[in-house]
Write a protein that binds this ligand. Structure first.
Ligand code: PMP
Length: 408
C-alpha cells in the first residue's frame, strides 16, 4: 500500500504559491490516478517518492536518464567543471570540444549550437529554416509534440491563431497527405519538421517508413526547404548518430535535448552546411546556454554511448520487458498493443479506449513498486539490469491481477 501523506501535504503547500501546485507534463493530474507528485531521490533505474516508496522507474525523467540516474562518471565530469567554473561571460573550451564531438557523432551535422530545453532547439530549427529559405510555412505532423511555446504548444489557451498562422499539418508516414501540405504551402515552404518516429500520446507508435522519409527528403531537395528532425525525445537512445542514420536519410537540421547530457540541462541544434549561413544570421541566446558543466556532462555521456555497449544493453532490456509483458498479459487475459522501439515502450490495452484498465493497472503497478505511464511512451536506461526487469515483470503480473479484480 502506498503511503502518501507527505506528498499530499507538499501539494497543499505548493498549491498556495504555485499555479495548480505543479505545472506541465509531470503534474500528476495530467498523468493518472494514484501517482505520487513529489520525489525525494533517484539512483540508477530507481526513484523514491517523498513518502519513502521506492519504484523501478520506466519514465527515466521522461527521457533524460539514459545511462542511469547519478551515473558517477558523468556527474563527476559535471561537478569537476563546476569546480573550475560553470558560467561566466562566455563559453569555455568545453563548448568547442562538444561541438566538435557532435559534428563527429551525428551523421548529418557540420555544426552545432547549444541551449537548455528541447523547445529552444525545435524553435531555433524553425528560425534557421526561415532565415535560410526566406520562406514562412512550416509543415508539421498532426498530433506531434515539438514543445511548449505558442507556435507549437498542444494547448491553445493563451495562444493566438497568428502564432500558428504559418503551420500546415500533414499525417506522419502518409505521402499523399504530405504532398497536399506541400501544395498548400506553395512557394512559401521553409521546412518539413518531423519527430524521429511517430510517438504521439495515447496512440500506437509508428516507425517512419523509409520511403516516406526519402520522399520528404526529395521534396526538400527539390524546393530548397529544410528537412528538420525533432530528435529531442528519441535522440541518442536509438542511435548515437541520429535516429534516421539507419534509414540513410539526412535531415538538414536536428533538435536534441533530454538524454544528451544524462539529465544535466542541455539542448543542441545540429545542422548541415546548407543551413550554416542562415544559422549565422539569426539571433538566439540565453543566460545559461554557455554553462559548461552540462556540456562536460554531455561530452562524457556521448563518449560512453560511443565506446560501450550501453545502447545494445538498453535495447536488450527493452526486449526482455516487452516479451515479458506480452506473456503476463496473455496469462491474465489481456491483449496488449506494444509498439515502437523497445527502448521507448508504448503499452496500450486493446479495447481500453477510455483508459479505465490502463489507469487501474498503472495505479496498481505503483503500489507494487514500478513507475509506468498509462498513455505516454516510456523509457529504459542502461541502469536497468535483467534482475530489475524481472522484478518489474513480477510487479506487472501482480498489478494485472489487481486490475482484474478492480476494473474488469
Ligand atoms: N520535441 C519532442 C519530440 C519532445 O518530446 C519534447 C519534450 N517532451 C520537446 C520537443 C520539448 O522539449 P522540452 O520539454 O525540453 O522543451
Amino acid at each position: 500500500k502506498l503511503v502518501n501523506s507527505r506528498d499530499n501535504a507538499l501539494l497543499a503547500r505548493a498549491s498556495k504559491v504555485v499555479p495548480n501546485g505543479v505545472w506541465g507534463h509531470m503534474a500528476t493530474r495530467a498523468i493518472g490516478p494514484g501517482y505520487p507528485q513529489f520525489f525525494a531521490k533517484s539512483d540508477g533505474c530507481r526513484v523514491w517518492d517523498v513518502d519513502g516508496n521506492e519504484y523501478i522507474d520506466f519514465m527515466c525523467a521522461w527521457g533524460p536518464n539514459i545511462l542511469g540516474y547519478k551515473q558517477p562518471d558523468i556527474d563527476r565530469a559535471a561537478i569537476d567543471q563546476i569546480g573550475i567554473g560553470d558560467i561566466g561571460n562566455g563559453p569555455t573550451e568545453v563548448m568547442v570540444e562538444l561541438a566538435e564531438t557532435v559534428v563527429d557523432t551525428i551523421d548529418y551535422a557540420d555544426w552545432a549550437l547549444f541551449q537548455k530545453n528541447g523547445t529552444d532547439a525545435t524553435t531555433t530549427c524553425v528560425t534557421v529554416a526561415r532565415a535560410t529559405t526566406g520562406k514562412r510555412k512550416i509543415l508539421v505532423a498532426r498530433g506531434a509534440y515539438h514543445g511548449a511555446v505558442p507556435w507549437c504548444s498542444p494547448s491553445v489557451v493563451g495562444v493566438t491563431t497568428e502564432d500558428r498562422a504559418h503551420l500546415i499539418l500533414f499525417d506522419y508516414n502518409d505521402r499523399a497527405s504530405l504532398d497536399e501540405a506541400v501544395a498548400q504551402a506553395g512557394d512559401d515552404m521553409a521546412a518539413i519538421m518531423m519527430t524521429a518516429f511517430r510517438h504521439d500520446v495515447n496512440r500506437d507508435q509508428e516507425m517512419p517508413e523509409e520511403a516516406f522519409l526519402k520522399h520528404a527528403r526529395a521534396i526538400c531537395d527539390r524546393t530548397g526547404a529544410a528537412l528538420i528532425l525533432d530528435d529531442v525525445r528519441a535522440g541518442f537512445r536509438l542511435d548515437v548518430r541520429g535516429s534516421w542514420a539507419r534509414y540513410g536519410v539526412k535531415p538538414d537540421l536536428g533538435a536534441y535535448s533530454k538524454s544528451i547530457a544524462n539529465g544535466w540541462p542541455l539542448a543542441a541544434v545540429a545542422g548541415s552546411k546548407s543551413m550554416l549561413e542562415g544559422a549565422s544570421k539569426i539571433f538566439v541566446t540565453g543566460s545559461f546556454w554557455y554553462g559548461s558543466a552540462a556540456m562536460a556532462a554531455a561530452l562524457k555521456t556521448i563518449e560512453i554511448l560511443r565506446t560501450t555497449d550501453a545502447l545494445a544493453h538498453i535495447e536488450a532490456m527493452g526486449q526482455r520487458f516487452r516479451a515479458g509483458l506480452t506473456e503476463i498479459a496473455a496469462r491474465n487475459g489481456f491483449e496488449l498493443s506494444q509498439t515502437g522501439p523497445v527502448q521507448m515502450p508504448m503499452v496500450r490495452f486493446l479495447g481500453d479506449e477510455d483508459l479505465t484498465i490502463a489507469n487501474a493497472f498503472c495505479a496498481a503497478a505503483l503500489r507494487h513498486g514500478i513507475y509506468l505511464h498509462p498513455r505516454h511512451n516510456m523509457f529504459l536506461c542502461a541502469a536497468h539490469q535483467p534482475a530489475d526487469i524481472d522484478r518489474a515483470l513480477e510487479a506487472a503480473d501482480a498489478a494485472m491481477k489487481d486490475t482484474i479484480r478492480t476494473a474488469r
